[in-house]
Design a protein around this ligand. Structure first.
Ligand code: GCU
Length: 134
């Protein structure tokens, strides 16, 4: 099945701004999170189903920018390691169990560096890495 893409710049952004100064993003830009813990973006995704959440991002530093990921009633933390430059975009995935109806899918920075630059979330029915249930 084709994945459904949710642009980061169309999500609900807290402590971040939409920018377009690093090439290679889809849509109209990406979210540059403030360099603070708790900076976040949230989308509303329809369930139910077992899905893979794929986050497309760039991290031009050498330090991980981990984010807490919540989707419906489940939660985990994902690593967003350095990609080599702010114009090199990579994808990290995690499996999620979505409830019937609407589910809030949220990515929130867990360290003082804030999140990586986030381009999009894609939701697909394929299997991802193990998902730890809340
Ligand atoms: C640089 C870069 C930004 C990035 C920021 C960061 O300023 O241009 O796009 O968000 O570093 O470290 O978060």
């Amino acid at each position: 099945a084709a994945a459904t893409r949710y642009e980061a710049e169309n999500g609900t952004i807290s402590q971040g701004v939409v920018e377009s100064n690093h090439a290679g993003f889809t849509g109209t830009g990406f979210v540059n999170f403030d360099n603070v813990a708790g900076s976040s973006v949230e989308w509303t995704v329809n369930g139910p189903g077992t899905v893979t959440l794929a986050f497309r991002y760039a991290n031009g530093t050498s330090a991980d920018r981990p984010m807490s990921i919540t989707a419906g009633a489940t939660a985990t933390t994902l690593s967003f390691p350095g990609t080599g430059s702010w114009t090199t975009w990579r994808t990290v995935t995690v499996r999620a169990e979505l409830a019937a109806g609407t589910n809030a899918v949220r990515a929130a920075a867990t360290t003082a560096d804030g999140g990586p630059n986030l381009d999009s979330l894609s939701v697909d029915s394929a299997a991802g890495t193990d998902w730890s249930r809340a």
